[in-house]
Design a protein around this ligand. Structure first.
Ligand SMILES: Nc1ncnc2c1ncn2[C@@H]1O[C@H](COP(=O)(O)OP(=O)(O)OP(=O)(O)O)[C@@H](O)[C@H]1O
Ligand SMILES: [Mg+2]
Length: 290
């Protein structure tokens, strides 16, 4: 129980520069209370990875990260035997019987911990981030099921290693493939979409504090209208921030069509998207009250 209330989560995340809405904070709150992993799905650049980092910051815990890709297996995710050391031990003990040696080389001393095992075996509490789990193949995903439900790892030669503390686990996915039912069942689910205007503006002001409020407002409104177009890649929060920074560096304090056109590269990553947006470009008027 490391959070008092949902509002406490919102407030503390804000101190780490992460602006959460109630839905996000509720899931974080419940994950801590129920000791369950959180699965965060949503488009690229909406703050999934950043949320795990912010939770680690506010809890004062180290972040242990497993970056997933096709081909992540046991030896990358869980553990590996230190073959070199085992060989040396075998060579050094040539006169001993095999029983003595085999009992020895499959002990803790010869085990190399990979992120997931490291997270559950840590003495102090940690945040475990399994990032972009959808990039991992189905077999890799299956490796995690035991950890996610029982916080333990079974090693045939060594037995079952139980967690010394329950880590705060965050899994992120871009939805490039469906995850298994078994995995979903073990997690609390959070869909992270683009924030509403006010929160996105607040995020821009938080991340680019030097920007003036009028420009932040214009940037966010324009990005939102761009998101309604059918694009190959809609601009994410990360790109809104990049764009705001770009404008700032160019000394632009108010957005007009020429400024927007000249800086589209910070926002859009496909030429066809740039062309489409430029054709529709309409700068929202300055807000009345600032
Ligand atoms: N709620 C938020 N508060 C503060 N900053 C945010 C928030 N959401 C997003 N950001 C900003 O957006 C950037 C991108 O977020 P992040 O890297 O977490 O995206 P992601 O969802 O993990 O994307 P991907 O799927 O591409 O990995 C962060 O560096 C952060 O600056
Ligand atoms: Mg990410």
């Amino acid at each position: 129980m490391r959070f008092e209330t949902v509002q406490d989560v919102v407030d503390r995340l804000a101190t780490a520069g992460y602006l959460a809405d109630e839905a996000i904070a509720t899931v974080v709150f419940l994950a801590d209370r129920l000791e369950k992993p959180v699965l965060i799905e949503g488009p690229a650049g909406t703050g999934k990875t950043e949320l795990a980092k912010a939770v680690a910051t506010i809890l004062g815990d180290p972040l242990i990260r497993l970056q997933c890709y096709e081909g992540v297996d046991e030896t990358k995710a869980l553990y590996e035997w230190n073959y070199k050391k085992q060989l040396l031990r075998i060579q050094a003990g040539q006169d001993e019987g095999w029983d003595a040696i085999s009992g020895d080389i499959f002990s803790d001393e010869f085990l190399l911990e990979r992120p997931v095992l490291k997270a559950i075996r840590s003495e102090e509490s940690v945040v475990l981030l399994v990032d972009e789990i959808d990039k991992m193949d189905f077999e890799g995903e299956a490796l995690l099921l035991e950890v996610l439900s029982d916080f333990q790892v079974s090693i045939p030669e060594l037995g079952t290693l139980k967690a010394r503390q329950i880590p705060f686990v965050v899994l992120t996915s871009n939805n490039s493939r469906e995850l298994s039912e078994a995995l979903k069942r073990r997690c609390l689910y959070l869909h992270l979409d683009y924030p509403d205007v006010d929160r996105e503006k607040a995020i821009v002001l938080e991340r680019v504090p030097e920007i003036n409020e009028t420009l932040a407002d214009q940037v966010v409104r324009l990005v939102r209208s761009i998101r309604t177009l059918e694009l190959k890649k809609s601009p994410s929060v990360a790109e809104t921030i990049d764009w705001a920074r770009t404008l700032l560096h160019l000394g632009i304090t108010e957005l007009d069509e020429a400024a927007a056109r000249g800086t589209m590269g910070a926002l859009l990553k496909y030429q066809t998207d740039v062309e489409k947006v430029v054709a529709h470009l309409k700068i929202p008027p300055r807000p009345e009250n600032n």
